[in-house]
Design a protein around this ligand. Structure first.
Ligand SMILES: Nc1ncnc2c1ncn2[C@@H]1O[C@H](COP(=O)(O)OP(=O)(O)OP(=O)(O)O)[C@@H](O)[C@H]1O
Ligand SMILES: [Mg+2]
Length: 113
């Protein structure tokens, strides 16, 4: 299993939920975050011009899926959240050791769906 963490624009959240519903994604967790992308690594350059990177409000979407659905989910996120403008966000993919449904004790894929 993998954990997809997507940092995206909040405006796209409803459409993203709709598309994830269409394809039967196992679930999702969303929270509001503040972040900075590329400007942070360009700080030295920017400092010269007296520019301080600003925080922007974003949404962090977390989805745990089986390995063989990572590409499908990542593709949906890109289709919905890519405007082509800066700040469209990023997707990170991390390994997940275990998933347990608390109510039943089911594990792995059985705990996801
Ligand atoms: N390396 C990173 N680690 C953690 N969070 C990140 C990282 N890069 C980006 N983010 C998060 O993603 C958000 C959106 O990043 P953003 O899309 O602006 O990336 P970027 O590298 O600046 O690319 P772009 O040129 O498309 O803007 C940031 O505000 C931050 O919250
Ligand atoms: Mg950026």
């Amino acid at each position: 299993m993998k954990l997809l963490i997507a940092i995206v624009n909040t405006d796209q959240l409803d459409e993203l939920r709709d598309r994830l519903f269409e394809i039967g994604a196992p679930g999702l967790t969303v929270d509001g975050v503040m972040g900075i992308g590329k400007p942070l690594s360009q700080m030295r350059y920017s400092e010269v011009r007296g520019f301080i990177p600003k925080f922007f409000a974003r949404s962090r979407v977390e989805i745990v899926v089986e390995d063989d659905r990572v590409d499908e989910i990542a593709e949906v996120i890109q289709q919905v959240c890519r405007s082509g403008r800066i700040g469209d966000g990023k997707i990170f993919v991390l390994p997940v050791d275990r998933a347990i449904r608390i109510r039943t004790g089911e594990e792995g894929r059985d705990a996801l769906y």
